[in-house]
Write a protein that binds this ligand. Sequence first.
Ligand SMILES: CC(C)(COP(=O)(O)OP(=O)(O)OC[C@H]1O[C@@H](n2cnc3c(N)ncnc32)[C@H](O)[C@@H]1OP(=O)(O)O)[C@@H](O)C(=O)NCCC(=O)NCCS
Length: 233
Amino acid sequence: MAALTFELYARHHCRRGDAEPFVFGSKPLGGDLALGEGRSVYAPTLEGFVSKKREHFVAGRACLREALKDAGCRFDHWAPYKADYPPEMPPGFVGSITHGGDWALAICVPRSLDEVFLGVDWEPHPPIERARKLWSRVIDDEEASRLPSLEVSRAFSFVFSAKEALYKAFSPKALGALGFDAAKLIEAAAEGDEYRVTYRLDAKNWGPRDGSTVVLRARSLDEGAAALVVGEW
Ligand SMILES: CC(C)(COP(=O)(O)OP(=O)(O)OC[C@H]1O[C@@H](n2cnc3c(N)ncnc32)[C@H](O)[C@@H]1OP(=O)(O)O)[C@@H](O)C(=O)NCCC(=O)NCCS
């Protein structure tokens, strides 16, 4: 059930094509042929990872490879890895990966990085004690007052996933460090079973969108929170 709701979430966005014809692939962790192939493609990289990270990594890359195929990429692209960077994409495609809990997901758009920004994040709800401990590092009082009514660990993952998605979307053109205080939650409006969330990019390092507002799609599911941001510069 957990897997299904997240998959539906992603498919829903694909069908709606909010801003772009973006394409996604998602996979539960575990064994399938693509994952087996991925394990051998990335064997040297995987040596440096702990076992959970290995599973997440290969599943994320396999999702991206599928998404690229669906988006019209003509060759089989296993995206090269560089720590703390987005996956290396073929020319003419922008992509984003997330993994956490039992899931990995990737989204890509058949456009160039100079045309669009794209970030996706999936965040399992943390234990309440952890959410309380990290809260003030991620959410300030003003933002907290604008949150939808969610219990503490759900509220935390709701904001955390959104800020991580923003980071992924904008980091390729960022001019420096972007802490969690660099984006401020302005409004979260419920729209059916999701939220249309407005953030202000409130720092000097966001690059072309410094100081502007950006709208994300976000969802709080039983097993975690998901956020997606996509748009033109
Ligand atoms: C990079 C970061 C966003 C990853 O998020 P996460 O929730 O920890 O992990 P996820 O599984 O969702 O995403 C991991 C994927 O993000 C992608 N990623 C890593 N660095 C990235 C970057 N600089 N830009 C875009 N994507 C990046 C990678 O594809 C990675 O997967 P991989 O290691 O398998 O290649 C996070 O660790 C981070 O460094 N955050 C910086 C601080 C921040 O978020 N500030 C908020 C500004 S408001």
